[in-house]
Design a protein. Structure first.
Length: 226
């Protein structure tokens, strides 16, 4: 009888310890995810260590805004569907290429292999503005209230960039790859090396783009932003 009681007590103790261990594990996972989120929250948009980085401005992008490029530098490695990000911008002229993406759950029964959500994404947009040292900017745009509005918005999307007090500093327009602005700070030696090889490639891209059809251009832009 005593042995059974002892065994039952030991089993209860181990069960309690197991639950405690699970709680500790979950807490550690949450802490880890929070740490990851905090490290991803602010993205530097330059290379190297420019002096003006100490006075960088901030551009806040909600989860629905997907920033693809800043001053010609790809930002797609940082994109997640449900993550809002802050982009650190060097003072001066900045060009930001972005799109709007929204996800809506499908109603009713979903067949095997069929996506459970509707995804609506706009064509790439671009804004160019002068970032003031230490200033905070954010995107201002129309928010869809339902799936039909989201679908319509994806076909005719535009946004503005505003300051913390709501002053508009730039309005977006359809992005033209040929007007890309390259401002990423690099040394003069690196610039010379890049320029020597980039001229031929850029000329080739321009000539191909000039003869491409509208469908081919759209397909290229979709591929470029994947």
């Amino acid at each position: 009888m005593n042995n059974r009681y002892a065994q039952g007590k030991d089993a209860g103790l181990w069960l309690s310890l197991g639950r405690s261990a699970k709680l500790v594990f979950v807490a550690l996972m949450v802490s880890g995810l929070a740490a990851c989120s905090s490290t991803m929250a602010r993205v530097e948009t330059w290379e190297g260590q420019p002096d003006s980085a100490a006075n960088a401005a901030t551009l806040k992008a909600p989860a629905a805004i997907k920033v693809a490029q800043v001053n010609g530098r790809s930002m797609t490695n940082y994109l997640m569907d449900d993550l809002a990000l802050e982009y650190a911008l060097l003072p001066g002229k900045n060009q930001v290429v972005f799109s709007h993406k929204s996800i809506w759950a499908k109603s009713g029964v979903v067949e095997n292999g069929e996506s459970k959500v509707h995804v609506y994404e706009s064509e790439p947009q671009v804004v160019t503005f002068e970032a003031e040292p230490g200033e905070i900017y954010q995107f201002d745009f129309t928010h869809a209230g339902n799936r039909q509005e989201a679908e319509a918005l994806s076909k005719d999307f535009s946004a503005t960039v505003v300051t913390a007090n709501g002053s508009v500093v730039a309005e977006s327009s359809a992005w033209d790859p040929q007007s890309a602005l390259a401002r990423t700070p690099i040394s003069s030696g690196e610039q010379a090396a890049v320029g020597a090889g980039a001229g031929t490639a850029l000329d080739t891209l321009k000539s191909v783009w000039a003869t491409a059809t509208d469908d081919e251009k759209k397909a290229f832009l979709r591929w470029a932003f994947e």
